[in-house]
Design a protein around this ligand. Sequence first.
Ligand code: UDP
Length: 138
Amino acid sequence: MERTFAMIKPDGVRRGLTGKIIQRLEDKGFKIVALKKMRISFDLAEEHYGEHKEKPFFKPLVEFITSGPVVAMVLEGPGVIAELRKMMGATNPADALPGTIRGDFATTIDENVIHGSANEADAEREIALFFRPEEFVS
Ligand code: UDP
């Protein structure tokens, strides 16, 4: 069964959107097989967003993602990697359609409420980065 990594970012947690976002993911039919509220260390943030190291938004992004607690989870379900990306909507909430999480809950690209792995390789890498095998419940 396919798995992906999802994370409610500090803005989502701060604004009290955790419940609403998890509700959507469960309503869709995805199974949460691991879940935790945590503070991301600077090192973990830099590793997680490593592909963006040379981008101008890298430093503010790392500062933002470490600015408060996040809710990290692993979702399981058929086609969950692509389905979660669809449910999230475009990276820039200004382009995200109504009905998507970013379309409904966010306005700016730097604080866009949710992260979801982009593809199978990222899902595998990010799950291993955030969760130990004993943290999974099935
Ligand atoms: N980001 C940003 N400014 C940009 C592009 C991206 O702040 O111009 C942030 C934004 O929070 C985004 C994250 O960097 O979610 C990772 O970017 P990516 O292109 O991987 O988008 P995602 O996979 O999150 O949709």
